[in-house]
Design a protein around this ligand. Structure first.
Ligand SMILES: C[S@@+](CC[C@H](N)C(=O)[O-])C[C@H]1O[C@@H](n2cnc3c(N)ncnc32)[C@H](O)[C@@H]1O
Length: 353
């Protein structure tokens, strides 16, 4: 029932005169007297206040002895109701113990700080709509993704610990298979469905040697290197079984060859002859001898330079263009779960970092 007396036309008038017709004493049904708090006045003048009180539109608390509040009816609220800032009702939002129980019910190992799903659900109801993207870059036990999934939101979770394998993946699989019966499942009538993709971030492709030169990270094998360079150079990785220099293509006639070799003039000339006049080849190698301009159908680049020119260092914003994520190919027997492990260390597949 109060409004600010600082700023605006009302504030300026009050600052000038020190008076406001909206500052007056009111008496609650129990006889308790109230004044507006500092720097505020009632939102009505005495007549307006009295009229509201007569219409029983003022709430004085359950015992009629609290500061007045204006009653609002649901039918009068234009865009729903503003959420309150303090959520103390454990019965509405749950406790951490509920989160622990939910994880145990799924047969997963204990996690120290899982949030109750109802709390997360409330946050998503307030701040998102179905189809929105929800990011939890500290995914932990995966509660965020589980709730987002059941509520029809899309989600991205990032986790550097082992929880990804001990909690998040098994948990989300259960959600998708409709086996997770706990949490908000009944409230949102969740029956299963959808899918997700999983990427294992590879280490940096380049590292500095002891002389401070950029060299290819030793953990990369030739296939991973070829795939990573294809991605950076905008080629589709599609290694040929028969032609050693065809690692990928950008068009039907434009190919890429990635090698850690130091190519001599003779080797480049041989490549150029094999490629022929109808096709072109981007050669990305560790080093080469001779003039790279000497071959009409070859473009020759050195790997660290080619990679460095596309790596982004020291930026504040490394925005991930999620709409450009490569499509996961459907796998037999996995219609619903689009689970695509990629990475170089744990799973076979391709690095994405
Ligand atoms: C408090 S837990 C998250 C709880 C989780 N959001 C939930 O609702 O259950 C924090 C998690 O962040 C992970 N983490 C910490 N630093 C990280 C980083 N730089 N990148 C990714 N995950 C990180 C930790 O391994 C831990 O699992």
């Amino acid at each position: 029932m109060t409004i600010s007396l600082v700023g605006g036309a009302r504030g300026r008038q009050f600052a000038k005169t020190g008076k406001s017709e909206n500052i007056f004493e009111v008496t609650s049904p129990s006889g308790k007297k109230f004044w507006p708090t500092a720097n505020r006045c009632w939102s009505r003048n005495p007549d307006g206040f009295e009229a509201l009180n007569r219409e029983r539109r003022i709430w004085w608390g359950p015992n009629g002895d609290r500061a007045p509040r204006l009653k609002m009816f649901l039918s009068e609220a234009e865009d729903g109701i503003l959420p309150t800032t303090l959520w103390a009702e454990a019965e509405l939002f749950g406790l951490n113990q509920d989160g622990i129980r939910e994880i145990r019910a799924l047969g997963l190992p204990d996690f120290p700080t899982p949030k109750p799903k109802r709390l997360v659900q409330k946050v998503f109801e307030i701040g998102s709509s179905p189809g929105d993207l929800i990011l939890d870059s500290f995914a932990g036990s995966g509660t965020t993704g589980a709730v987002a999934h059941k509520m029809g939101r899309r989600w991205i979770m990032v986790e550097l610990g082992e929880h990804c394998h001990t909690h998040i993946i098994p948990r989300l699989k259960k959600v998708i298979d409709g086996e997770d019966k706990g949490g908000i499942t009944d409230a949102v009538r969740w029956r299963g469905g959808g899918g997700f993709r999983y990427y294992h971030l590879a280490p940096s492709l380049l590292e500095k040697d002891k002389w401070g030169n950029w060299v290819i990270n030793k953990t990369y094998n030739p296939a991973m290197l070829a795939q990573a360079v294809c991605k950076l150079e905008g080629f589709t990785y599609a290694p040929s079984d028969t032609i050693y220099w065809r690692h990928g293509h950008s068009t039907e006639r434009d190919f890429i060859y990635v090698t850690t070799a130091n190519l001599s003039h003779g080797q480049l000339q041989q490549l150029s002859d094999e490629v022929g006049g109808e096709r072109s080849l981007l050669v990305v190698c560790s080093a080469f001898r001779g003039r790279k301009e000497g071959y009409a159908n070859l473009t020759v680049k050195k790997i660290p330079k080619a990679v460095l020119s596309r790596c982004e260092w020291g930026k504040d914003d490394y925005s991930l263009k999620v709409e450009n994520l490569p499509k996961a190919p459907p796998k037999p027997g996995q219609q619903r779960l689009e689970f695509e492990p990629t990475g170089h260390s744990r799973e076979s597949g391709n690095p994405v970092g």
